[in-house]
Design a protein around this ligand. Structure first.
Ligand code: SF4
Ligand code: SF4
Length: 174
């Protein structure tokens, strides 16, 4: 009859030297890890802010919320033509010949009456092309970044509407 030998898998007993070595290794590796952590936090400038209690001013050349100061818009359509996603909608009519002559703040004659100036900012990718081509510089990116919205429809801004016109005092410098 064949004899089967069963071997019991018994952990070798931990000697005091081995136990001490394990404790030493644990402390050493923890210190190395903490050393790396402190290297990245100690003496460094704080880069986070307690938003919204603290609000950071964006650089003046930030491409954030678009604003059209419509009183200085000459309805030239250059912004709409340059927009790669076609999210600018403009309607204008020719001013009557006997209407008073008006100009933008940079002296450009306004020959058309702006009837609609809408930007669907849900489509906008903030590329800045529209502001670059605007001859009167009435269309600008502002530094305003607090314009989250609950609906996609409310991201379509009508720049002739009083509520949007009211941004001017809040977001346009000068
Ligand atoms: S920033 Fe770009 S995508 Fe947005 S409206 Fe202007 S041209 Fe169009
Ligand atoms: S480019 Fe400027 S002036 Fe011309 S339609 Fe657009 S916002 Fe108005």
């Amino acid at each position: 009859m064949e004899t089967i030998h069963l071997k019991k898998n018994i952990e070798p007993e931990l000697t005091f030297t081995q136990w001490f070595k394990n404790v030493y290794e644990a402390v050493k590796t923890t210190m190395i890890g903490m050393g790396i952590t402190f290297k990245y936090v100690w003496g460094r400038d704080i880069v986070t802010i307690e938003y919204p209690e603290v609000r950071e001013e964006l650089p003046s050349n930030s491409r954030s919320r678009l604003f059209n100061d419509a009183e200085n818009c000459i309805s030239c359509l250059q912004c709409a033509v340059s927009c790669p996603v076609d999210c600018i909608y403009i309607a204008a009519v020719k001013r009557a010949t006997d209407a008073p002559k008006i100009k933008t703040k940079d002296g450009t004659p306004i020959r058309l009456d702006l009837k609609q100036y809408t930007i669907d900012t849900a489509l906008c990718m903030y590329c800045g092309l529209c502001t670059t081509v605007c001859p009167t510089e009435c269309l600008t990116h502002t530094t305003d970044y607090e314009f989250a919205s609950y609906t996609v429809a409310s991201m379509k801004y009508d720049y002739l509407a009083p509520d949007i016109r009211a941004w001017r005092t809040r977001i346009v410098k000068s």
